[in-house]
Write a protein that binds this ligand. Sequence first.
Ligand code: PEP
Ligand code: MG
Length: 910
Amino acid sequence: MNNPSNNNTYVYLYSDLDKVESHRKDWDAVRGLLGGKGANLADMTRLEIPVPPGFTVTTEACNAYLAAGEQFPEGMWEQELKAITAIESATGKKFGDAQNPLLVSCRSGAKFSMPGMMDTILNIGLNDDVVKGMVEKSGDARFVYDLYRRLVQMFGSVVMEVPDEVFEAVITAKRKEKGVASDSDLSAEDWQLVTTHFKEIYQTYTGSPFPADPLEQLKLATEAVFKSWNGKRAIDYRNAAGIAHDLGTAVNIQTMVFGNMGSDSLTGVAMSRNASTGENVIEGDFLYNAQGEDVVAGIRITQTMDELKQEMPAIYKEFSDIASKLEQHARNMQDMEFTVEQGKLWLLQTRDGKRTAQAEVKIAVDMVEEGMITKAEAVARVQPSQIDFFLHPQLDPKAVKSATVWGNGLNVSPGAAVGKVALDADIAEKWAKDGEPVIMVRPETKPDDVHGMLASQGIITSRGGRTSHAALVARQFGKPAVVGVEDLTFDWTERTIALDGITLHEGDWVSLDGTNGTFFQGEIPTVVPSLENPELSKLLSWADEIRKLEVWANSDYPRDAQKAKSYGAQGIGLCRTEHMFFETSRLPVVQKMIMAKELSERKAALAELFPLQCGDFEGLFKVMGGDPVVIRLLDPPLHEFLPAYEELMHDITDLKMKIQHASELDQLNAHLDKLRVDEDFLTRVEALGESNPMLGTRGVRLGIVYPEIVRMQVRAIFEAAVNCKKSGVDVRPKIMIPLISHINELKLEKEILEEEAKSVLAQHNVELNYEFGTMIEIPRAAITADELAEVADFFSFGTNDLTQMTFGVSRDDAEAGFLVHYLGRGLLQDSPFDTLDQKGVGSLMQLATQRGRSSNPDLHIGICGEHGGDPRSIAFCHRIGLDYVSCSPYRVPVARLAAAHAALKDEQNS
Ligand code: PEP
Ligand code: MG
């Protein structure tokens, strides 16, 4: 929780930013106190941007209020009253005065933007007397009653929790009664009657009349903002976005300006650059003669900023100058709310704009090229998870070609999503929990829907613009979304959606493309896009200049290695050779080798495998052309290559039945042959059977028990290397021995394997740069790393096994079993198989690194477990001084950026 400020000031005017700064160490602390919105409003005021006068009640006041059991801290209310007086003199208006009334809005504003957490209350300060005075003075009763009904509606629903639907139902009924389609067609008298009706509803639901005293309205609104910090939707949002729960929210009270004062008035929301693509053009929506939330709510169809440019060029020019001034000042793309009141432009809010991953990358790179930020800042700004987006699936263009587009809307958040239609957030969440992919389809979304949006693959709405709630939240969480599909209709009784004569039921499949705003009935296959994006390549090349860790890839086949290399991998950190053994065409030969009763028989099978392995390695070396290639010798227990015991027992029983009932001799003989084969398998499976095969004859132990297998592999590696070398391809083979726990295993294995290597090289009279190393995946290996490093040229942490063995949990079972309970109950924060357990497994890695380098200072050390692609684990690997991380090809770009972030953090701390 923030410490109370030493001067017990809880309220600051926007013009008082210097006072805040005098006792806050930096801008982050200012934002912490005033909230992002309040801090930016004060900052804009200082920049002499037209901001309606106002003040901020601090987050400290909120925390003090909540801590005291919902009591304002001493002196706060008096300070708020003083601030109102100050705005009164700045505007020349008076709160509650019927002749010249001051009206204010009340908005929440936490340190981090939490879209729509607490809805805004507009027009505070109105009551019957003020309204009467305003009508007399302005002569525009329609306008004034529209303001009044909004106050009662917003105050009722936001502060007193009267269901908003009740108010909306009155308006809908009124439109029907009058036979009009739009609110703007309702008259002054209509709004007056609606307001009276609203006040009755207010009284019915709350048991008391609507408060006529403006100060009472202000007090209750302030309290409502404070309380909203602990509302369910705020807590859900903070949990999803990883925002701390003890920050509190500030309250912003600001003089009202009116975008609904006629045809020279409007209100809008705009971004200084395109939030979907990052293009450097102002993008936004506005509505003539409208107030505040109308634009975001998406109830009326908005106009674009291009239209504003055409229709009000001077206002557009002023706005675009302000937008670039704000961008220069914040050194970031801005999301601004503005109002034009009778031809005068006002800025109501600015903040760093939420954007898609592509836009984030493009804006960061463009801003470096515009000289606004440094390369390091650009790299730091893009999050590794955003790189993921570029690897996200897209709808398969071939399938799209033969499909018919069902509907179109605004392309507000790119990427493809395929799932079952869910018509509300709870259903979406429930189905997603059951493992179903869902697309949430709604008329619009509200903060209460965030849990459903998070659970969905994608979102479709029939209303809303680029800055609607649905668009903002979808972009923030990387959910593909199409909004504003105007003709899409909902039948809530049948639970169906319909468009262009086609009706889908909830649960039917739909596929959407958030990149171009189209969607399709049914399930369209997806493909992974290419990383060939010029801005991304540039950004990653800057990351490469910054990072210290090398990034390698785990690849078994030339095609994977090719992909990894194109993503920037500097070597292969793990080739799991058993994957080649599992291939259908090879498995029978591998089985023959395992089933051999005599050594000669085994050798014959190995001789068959040899040229195949040789070809595998040659392919990898050619792709990597001189970059290091770590090839791990056979690792899994041999029984994994044979049919499973249960499967064999079942087949044998079945065959015996068939034999008994066979009516033809050929059939009988075929069954008997198969029975003999299965029984042989069974005998071998039983002989190889171990109670805990993961802790049994695998890794180096296989090589010790069956040396001829690994000798064959090493010969194949070196023959392949020699072939490449002879054809002019440079090669750097690194042979990795798995599952070492004792120095003697490594010594013995290295001795026989090096002998094999030397014999191949001597035979061809070729010299090669090669190394023998080991995986560190058993705690004993980590602890005795100093001994191992005397024999090994390199270490690679196999953190999948090291985690399994350090925790003593089976990696194959834990994640589907008890670990789920542990995570659900908070016993563990994360699965240690997803992100490295730095305290336990990480300590062993640190120890092994120190001990290994103490006896072999040149020891090259990396990681090849799954953690090698996880940003947090990568940061840890950087801190303990590893040389490289190796991860799956698709994680390589993420790892390049994460490694750069780790290096930048290091620089900051030093
Ligand atoms: C490991 O244990 O981390 C590793 C890379 O090897 P495997 O996953 O193949 O056991
Ligand atoms: Mg392993």
